[in-house]
Ligand binder design. Sequence first.
Ligand code: FES
Length: 143
Amino acid sequence: TKRYYHERVLDHYNNPRNIGSFDKKAIDVGTATVGAPACGDVMKIQIKVKDNIVVDVCFKTFGCGSAIASSSLATEWVKGKTLDECLEIKNTDIAKHLSLPPVKMHCSMLAEQAIKRAIYDYKVKHEKLNNSETTTIETIASL
Ligand code: FES
């Protein structure tokens, strides 16, 4: 039988890491919900931050296998990292790790976008933004 998905996608799809949700109103939580208009898939990622480090993270994704795998992998990659390190995670690295085909690139973009927006949600709550970060937010908003 033909395999449509790489085994790493299947692994995350069958055993998604860090599924769940946090209280969005909690001061130590950053939340992002992003969607892909083309397919209607929706991804929510939440981070819990302490001393500038992502100490916990969770996600919920209504979407294709690649979107679920991308968000599950993203939660693994952000855990234990500083916020600045998390901002360096690129959708192309996620796509490469999961061997996503070109038509599934946008699934990995959702994950990158969700991480970035969750971090900014947290930072906005804490008013920790400087000017260059405000510019970055505008860039993300236009993704
Ligand atoms: Fe749209 Fe995967 S998120 S097909």
